[in-house]
Design a protein around this ligand. Sequence first.
Ligand code: C6P
Length: 396
Amino acid sequence: MRVYLDNNATTIVDPKVYEMMEPFFIQMYGNPNSLHRFGSESHPALRCAMDQLYKGINARNEDDIVVTSCATESINWVIKGVYFDHIVNGEKDHIIISEVEHPAVSATCKFLESLGVKVTYLPVNEKGVIELESLKNAITPTTALVSIMWANNETGMIFPIEEIGKICRENGVLFHSDAVQAIGKVSVDVQKAGVDFMSFSAHKFHGPKGVGGLFIKDGQKLTSLLHGGEHMGGRRSGTLNTAGIVGMGMAMELAVANLDFEKNNVKRLRDKLEDAILQIEDTFVIGTKEERTPNTILVSVKGIEGEAMLWDLNKNGIAASTGSACASEALESNPVMEAIGAEADLAHTALRLSLSRFTTQEEIDYTIEILKAAVTRLRGISSTYSYAPTWHKSGL
Ligand code: C6P
């Protein structure tokens, strides 16, 4: 049996999305900016996709969305754009992020630090979420931007986005949220949240890879990073990825239509898996079920290296991860577990299991059986499973 439980890394393309994309490879392959019919015949599908995108996040209209190549590009654009507009050509010098942001955010901020920008990394509590008080205290008159994720990719913990938006507005600070792990899992409403910018990637919600988006609130200036043409209203140059945009639009519509399914059915399967894992002695899950995206579990199985567990699961056809896919080759401890205050040994035991609306009951039953057997086998041969590592902050 093959079981895919690494949906926070990427997801299967929904067959309905694939079907929508197909004609744009070998039939309607013209450049949408060309004046001939090969170009213009894709316009209705592109317009429909832009509608699906802005409606899916409750933006004002399609002018609020710019299509990019992925969330990493969107995030780099926001942070570097704010740097050009408000730090190089303005009075500000400071950016605030959390300690558990994806490297697309944190590495971009580290780069700006090398150019003299001040960056505050807000600590997280034992659930991996920032405290609003620490955000309020970190904002100064020279803060240009707060960038806080909507939901964490490793724990699934959902951040208090509306409250963060309110604090930013009250202090006249721009607010960007990385919503990569939120779209399709929880309701994402840019107006309610009060974000100025919001990033997303289609492949995290059953769309294709290589296409993402950036919400830019009406009236917000953002210097372009890609110059060269008048695409996307002159904001992001480069020939439009017609198939990708059409696919992302359809994926967004389906993601929103499936939110109840996610909240009920996916969560039921996730909870079943989680309950079974927690019956195993010395296992810990970060955050309560209700505070997380319905599909994610970050579990620590004391005494077993996450990679050893992955190996056992993989041998039995089950795909999981020890954390984010882009850091998975480093064999380092899980950075979110470290930020939470777990001892290094414990942070090495992290295992991320992430489901999707395509995950079945049968797959979860099989995973429970294999996982339990793997823990028994690995603890049996592990010389390290004698200690009882503690958490620095949470005291678990
Ligand atoms: N996280 C994970 O395994 P791209 O690669 O640009 O489509 O998405 C980047 C990204 C940004 N923010 C968050 C919160 C993310 O989770 C990701 C991608 C994957 O967790 C791959 S590293």
